[in-house]
Design a protein around this ligand. Structure first.
Ligand SMILES: [Zn+2]
Length: 234
């Protein structure tokens, strides 16, 4: 950090002391990189030690979808971060989440099955929702995680139609119907999918319908393996 920047951050700290979104204690612009979450709250997140292997059938063929969730939605800090990212515009919270995701991959052993030629991609938002929120939190997490794992992060999928929010739909069958056929491959990206291991990023895994639907499109386009990574499993 150069001298001017240090002085600027010092002044900003003094004038507008930032508060941790979780514990509301003062945090320092200089010490806490995310500037929205303090180190103590970050360290308090309980990381999962496991991941899941979910078998499913596609075109008569048995497939396995691997799913890793870094923590639980019942973790107080995680719950708050996910909510603040989704509804309150705190996009900076995606950065500490990417760090937690990298820690989780090591902690759970998932890191060992990730190959150097993997590619990271987020579950896309519909353009209208993206415009409203201004960012896709899964995309930021994916980009940061990509730097950490030294694998590329690319936008491979897009929403071709708008869906209702999964959280307001009650039955699993209706959730599957809601997202059926809603994704397609971004033009010109097909070559990036065939034969590769793809790390698919989303924030919360509830019924899994959205993520499985996205995974199916990747498999249909020749992905060798899809590993779903989410912040929390509800
Ligand atoms: Zn805190």
């Amino acid at each position: 950090m150069n001298r001017e920047r240090r002085i600027l951050l010092f002044v900003l700290d003094a004038l507008f002391p930032p508060l941790c979104v979780s514990c509301r204690n003062r945090i320092s612009f200089r010490n806490d990189k995310s500037r929205v979450l303090c180190q103590r709250c970050l360290n308090s997140v309980e990381l999962n030690k496991h991941y899941f292997r979910i078998p499913f059938k596609m075109a008569g063929r048995q497939r396995v979808f691997t799913l890793g969730a870094l923590s639980s939605y019942s973790d107080k800090v995680i719950n708050l971060i996910v909510h603040a990212l989704k509804y309150d515009g705190f996009y900076l919270l995606a950065y500490p989440l990417a760090k937690l995701m990298a820690d989780y991959l090591n902690f759970s052993g998932l890191r060992n099955i990730i190959t150097p030629e993997s590619v990271i991609t987020p579950v896309p938002l519909h353009p209208s929702r993206l415009k409203m929120r201004g960012y896709n939190q899964s995309e930021i997490i994916g980009e940061e995680l990509g730097k950490n794992l030294e694998v590329p992060a690319l936008l491979l999928l897009r929403r071709k139609r708008k869906t209702k929010e999964q959280a307001v739909i009650l039955t699993e069958e209706d959730r599957r119907k809601n997202v059926r056929g809603c994704f397609e491959v971004v033009a010109g990206r097909k070559n990036e999918i065939a034969g590769r291991q793809i790390l698919l990023i989303d924030d919360v895994f509830t019924s899994g319908a959205t993520m499985l639907e996205a995974a199916k499109v990747l498999y249909q386009n020749g992905a060798r393996e899809v590993i779903g990574l989410t912040v929390a499993k509800a």
